[in-house]
Design a protein. Structure first.
Length: 141
């Protein structure tokens, strides 16, 4: 009788340990998923702030490519694109220290200037943020 009670107690103990280990595995998965979502949200937030800064300076420069590039001293030109590099603190930096890249494409017409921007993380190929900005040029009399 005593051995059957002891084996029943051990069986209950093993079942409760199994239940708690499964519960802890589910909780750990939730925390890992929450961490991944938090990192993705931070990246999108930083990309949005970088894009806002670029757009504001584009409007300040009246869509002039040369004036805009004089503000950003660290950039690379490839084909018709300008590539800017930003650190994790959203400041312009050399390519070796960069966490984000911004690919700018300028189009200039008589009535407006266009800027297409595409922001990526250096270690990922997915685009974090894309936008097209137009600055209409006023005719002078």
């Amino acid at each position: 009788m005593r051995s059957s009670r002891a084996s029943l107690f051990l069986m209950e103990l093993m079942i409760s340990i199994l239940f708690f280990s499964l519960s802890s595995a589910v909780c750990i998965q939730l925390f890992v998923k929450a961490h991944a979502i938090n990192e993705a949200t931070e990246d999108i937030s930083k990309a949005t702030l970088i894009a806002q800064d670029i757009c504001e300076y584009f409007h300040y420069a009246n869509g002039d490519k040369a004036q805009m590039l004089s503000y950003y001293n660290e950039y690379e030109e490839s084909n018709d694109n300008i590539v800017l590099f930003f650190s994790k603190n959203r400041t312009i930096c050399p390519k070796a220290e960069a966490q984000y890249t911004v690919i700018l494409t300028f189009e200039q017409n008589l009535s407006y200037h266009n800027l297409n921007l595409d922001i990526h993380r250096m270690d990922k190929s997915d685009s974090l943020y894309q936008s097209t900005i137009k600055k209409y040029v006023q005719d002078t009399l």
